[in-house]
Design a protein around this ligand. Sequence first.
Ligand code: GLN
Length: 480
Amino acid sequence: MHIPSLTIASVRQGLAEKQFSAVELAQEALAFAKAENPKTNAYLTFSDDRAITAAREVDARIARGHDPGALGGVPVGVKDVIVTRGVRTTCGSRLLENFIPPYDATAIERLEAAGGVILGKANCDEFAMGSSNENSAFGPVRNPVALDRVPGGSSGGSAAVVAQGTAVVSLGSDTGGSIRQPASFCGCVGVTPTYGRVSRYGLVAFASSLDHIGPFARTVADSATLLQTIAGRDSHDATSSTHAVPDYAAAMQLPLQGLRIGLPKEYFSGLAGEIGDRMQAGIEVLKKQGCQIVDISLPHTEYAIAAYYIICTAEVSANLSRFDGVRFTSRSPKAESLIDMYRNSRGEGFGPEAKRRIMLGAYVLSHGYYDAYYLKAQRVRSLITRDFAQAFENVDALVAPVSPFPAFKLGEKTSDPLQMYLSDIYTITGSLAGIPCMSVPCGNTASGLPVGMQILTKHFSEDLMFRIAHQYEINGGFSA
Ligand code: GLN
């Protein structure tokens, strides 16, 4: 078996035809991932015992004549901000270097119930804050496509394991673009579902009103299967939705004839050179499938970054207060008083980006500034959400770039946080509105760097989004 070219369907077929057992596949996939990992630093922890136990269960199901499950035997990587019982979960932070969670996230339970085999935990920016994976306390991830470049962030490890072929699919999290942007930098598919489509129970909170769990895969079909298994109401997360989960695989088969696709002018006006050319090529593929392309406007786009970095830092300053050296995290030994102990544990444990956001967040929430910053940002968020709602009265879906540039060099933007923040310019709006959005490959630049195209639809219309993405893929869009 050739691990890097496996898909969910080929694993299923291999098991059915007894080409390999799930345990053999898990062993081989683990050995391959461990051999490849030094190149990219994409996995932080391997979960051999858990993987083999899950694979044995899949083999036992097959031996009993039962279905192995939608993800039966499939090797999966999991971003290290999603808790896994008995398997170290660091959130990319020194503070949680030795944290072993006592429970599983709902998404983890569901993917294992469907037969998924978790190989290990994927590197990420500390507490998912970043756009390049360079904020990880355990070293950056290198992009498997170009090892001197970043894989994007914050789910850089989750994108890299799929692109490198050391997992068939993976789970990431997206708060302002952390699934779509690394997917575009590494040339894979990345899906941010509707807010509430997937339970956040067991996702370590960054900015709770914006956090999403979502899949990475090499094909649209695989990403849809993974979402299908983890989506749906969960009584542990009050924000998870009761909306029925449609059959994505069936929806994807429908042609695109007659769909109206909007191109938001604010996303294309400043788009230079090769990214613009790749986008045009991708749009041509959709046109050939019978889509009608319509120019539209999302007028409040320019305020999105400012609003996002107020809302997200405010939520960070509240959410990260739990890491106090008492309950979860490593405790500083150098302390003469309780206050010193808090101060030292947090001071030694958090990296610079986490500290920057905690301070900014405390400031925007502080008495006297709340109305001027936080409240105003929430109002802007409503306007951005309304922009999308108005657009979807006129079109079925939107297409936009994912990032203004392809994967940049390691170290290129680390000295300028604002430059780093600006790289989220095209992804943050969808996050603020809570609508489903995904990145699909859209060819490469002349120097061989992947470019991603973003597809956005109305709340809970992942079925339509997957349909557009799948038809685009099978009609040559990925190499447009
Ligand atoms: N890059 C954005 C940030 O740093 C988004 C991160 C994310 O989506 N987790 O906040």
